[in-house]
Design a protein around this ligand. Structure first.
Ligand code: ADP
Ligand code: ADP
Length: 222
């Protein structure tokens, strides 16, 4: 079967991580979560983590050179037969670096999956988001765990991310609009953009993405 090389795009809180968890199960794709990887580096105080910390805590993007090296290494190591990239690329420079890398490997992107949701929706979602240290995602009202404050999957305590405070949320949204939204045109022009209405419930968004990927796979085999 043809390989799936996918990226997830969309504002913070649109549901990229939530959908990624489902898609990796459906398609057995290696998942490369940029925010999760950066948080691991921060936690273990690597050189990269220490360099990234202040940007992340402020809601700014970590500089391209740091993120590009980290992600392209992962694509080479784990993404040989396909991948699901979440949170990368987030700038035109990152998109171009990914395109060059894939071209060098004789491969190409299958699709850029854009999950859209307006600012007021994502603000409400991020304010209620809770995560465990392994990255499993919940929402206090929309997707609560079975036992309050505890992850269903691994029993770890749920916490609020430091950057899910109101002021940082607004900053991240401004960063998204200024630096990441131009990627919509970039992928649209290349015929790769697929749009999904992220305001629908989790199952509906998931069904739409799965249907689109099934069609893409059929088209590739024709
Ligand atoms: P969200 O899940 O809210 O979309 P992430 O967990 O993907 O946020 O990212 C958290 C933070 O990590 C970002 O605010 C940013 O500081 C940093 N980050 C994540 N992806 C990138 C990227 N591609 N380029 C630069 N910085 C990034
Ligand atoms: P992103 O990775 O794009 O930042 P997440 O997947 O972490 O977004 O989701 C942000 C918050 O919104 C989480 O609390 C999650 O439980 C919730 N959420 C995700 N998708 C939906 C949806 N379709 N409807 C309602 N809440 C959602």
């Amino acid at each position: 079967m043809s390989e799936l090389n996918l990226i997830l795009l969309g504002p913070p809180g649109a549901g990229k991580g939530t959908q990624a968890a489902r898609l990796r199960e459906d398609f057995g794709l290696p998942y490369i979560g940029t925010g999760d990887l950066l948080r691991e580096h921060k936690q273990s105080e690597t050189e990269l983590g220490l360099a990234a910390k202040s940007y992340m805590d402020n809601g700014d993007l970590v500089p391209d050179d740091l993120v590009i090296a980290m992600i392209l290494d992962k694509v080479e190591e784990e993404g040989q037969d396909g991948f699901l990239l979440d949170g990368f690329p987030r700038t035109i420079g990152q998109s171009e670096a990914l395109a060059r890398e894939l071209e060098g490997m004789g491969r190409r992107l299958t699709a850029a999956l854009l999950i859209e949701a307006p600012d007021e929706v994502v603000i409400a979602r991020l304010s209620g988001r809770r995560v465990c240290s392994a990255g499993h995602v919940y929402h206090v009202e929309d997707d609560p765990p079975k036992h309050e404050g505890v992850c269903d999957q691994d029993g770890k305590p749920l916490t609020r991310r430091k950057d899910d405070e109101p002021e940082t949320i607004r900053k991240r949204l401004a960063t998204y609009h200024a630096q990441t939204e131009p990627l919509k045109d970039y992928y649209e022009e290349r015929g790769l953009l697929r749009r999904f209405d992220g305001t629908r419930d989790v199952t509906e968004v998931h069904d739409h993405i799965r249907a689109t990927l099934a069609t893409l796979r059929l088209e590739e085999r024709l």
